[in-house]
Design a binder for this molecule. Structure first.
Ligand code: PDD
Length: 286
């Protein structure tokens, strides 16, 4: 195991020394929330947006935010090497209670854990990936980035079992998102993604793509669409902080478009990469 330095409850320590009680509510109940924040050349990407989503997730589970945004940034920065593409994983749980009880404990400090990792290049960005569709079996508060991820895990594993990179989820006939990603489709020449709701995680990468599409005058909108409509899409992408934009070239065994990453993907991926570069360049100078 790589013995990097991680943060746990006020200390920086080697990963193999970072230990949490078995009575931690994260362990017993999955009672906590998390964030995944990319960093390029040591610059935390869209940090204010990630910290706002963390704040919203904490509010969603009625847990006080232990830190201000400035404190979070100071805490996370030492976990980065500053070289290449990395990401921070952080989680906050409701802490260690002295007995197992579903209701919240009183006067228990939150458990805060964070670590940095390299983002390995994802070859599927060049070639495209295969995906399956599945009934979305998750709960009704998918806007909260909860560590309780059993639904997502079972969906993703079902995809992996079929040699696919992602499962696209369908709730009441409408496409929601991927097991660990948001979904975009090019339908009649327009880039479409489902609107924010309690059925999807409000992805930061999703927001960036919508902003960049508007700035670059690519036709786009936020609208719900059904599985049969998704099946007519000329392009499908999945997006996340660690994989960025990934074209789906096969859906449930059928080619998407001509079975290759499409022109709108190539255009948006170039715009996204240029945007990433511009951010690193700006803070190098400062
Ligand atoms: N997951 N939807 C779900 C269910 C996700 O788990 C993720 C990301 C996204 C995309 O959000 P963002 O663009 O902010 O990364 C959408 C992270 C990467 C994870 O769980 O590892």
């Amino acid at each position: 195991m790589e013995n990097k330095t991680v943060y746990l409850n006020g200390s920086y320590l080697p990963l193999n020394e970072a230990k949490v009680s078995v009575l931690d509510r994260g362990f017993l109940f999955g009672d906590g929330v998390y964030e995944v924040i990319p960093a390029y050349s040591g610059n935390l990407f869209r940090i204010q947006d990630h910290l706002q989503r963390l704040e919203n997730s904490l509010a969603g589970i009625r847990l006080a935010n232990p830190f201000s945004n400035g404190q979070w940034q100071a805490l996370l920065q030492p976990l980065l090497t500053g070289i290449g593409d990395e990401y921070i994983y952080l989680q906050v749980t409701r802490g260690v209670a002295n007995k197992r009880d579903h209701a919240f404990p009183e006067n228990v400090p939150a458990t805060v854990f964070a670590m940095g990792s390299k983002i390995a290049p994802f070859p599927g960005r060049e070639t495209g990936v295969k995906a399956i569709t599945l009934d979305d079996l998750r709960w009704s508060l998918c806007n909260i980035k909860a560590i309780t991820l059993l639904g997502n895990i079972l969906h993703r594993q079902a995809a992996v079992d079929q040699n696919c990179a992602e499962a696209l989820l369908v709730k009441d006939g409408m496409v929601t998102e991927g097991a660990a990603s948001n979904v975009f489709a090019v339908i009649d020449g327009v880039l479409v993604t489902p609107p924010k709701s309690k059925q999807i995680l409000p992805g930061i990468t999703r927001d960036v793509i919508l902003e960049l599409a508007v700035q670059n005058k690519l036709a786009c909108c936020e609208e719900t669409f059904s599985l049969p409509v998704l099946q007519t899409a000329s392009e499908i992408w999945v997006t996340s902080s660690t994989r960025e934009i990934i074209p789906v070239v096969e859906l449930d065994g059928q080619a998407v478009g001509n079975g290759k990453p499409g022109p709108v993907f190539h255009a948006m991926n170039a715009i996204f990469q240029a945007y990433k570069q511009s951010l690193s360049a700006v803070s190098y100078q400062s």
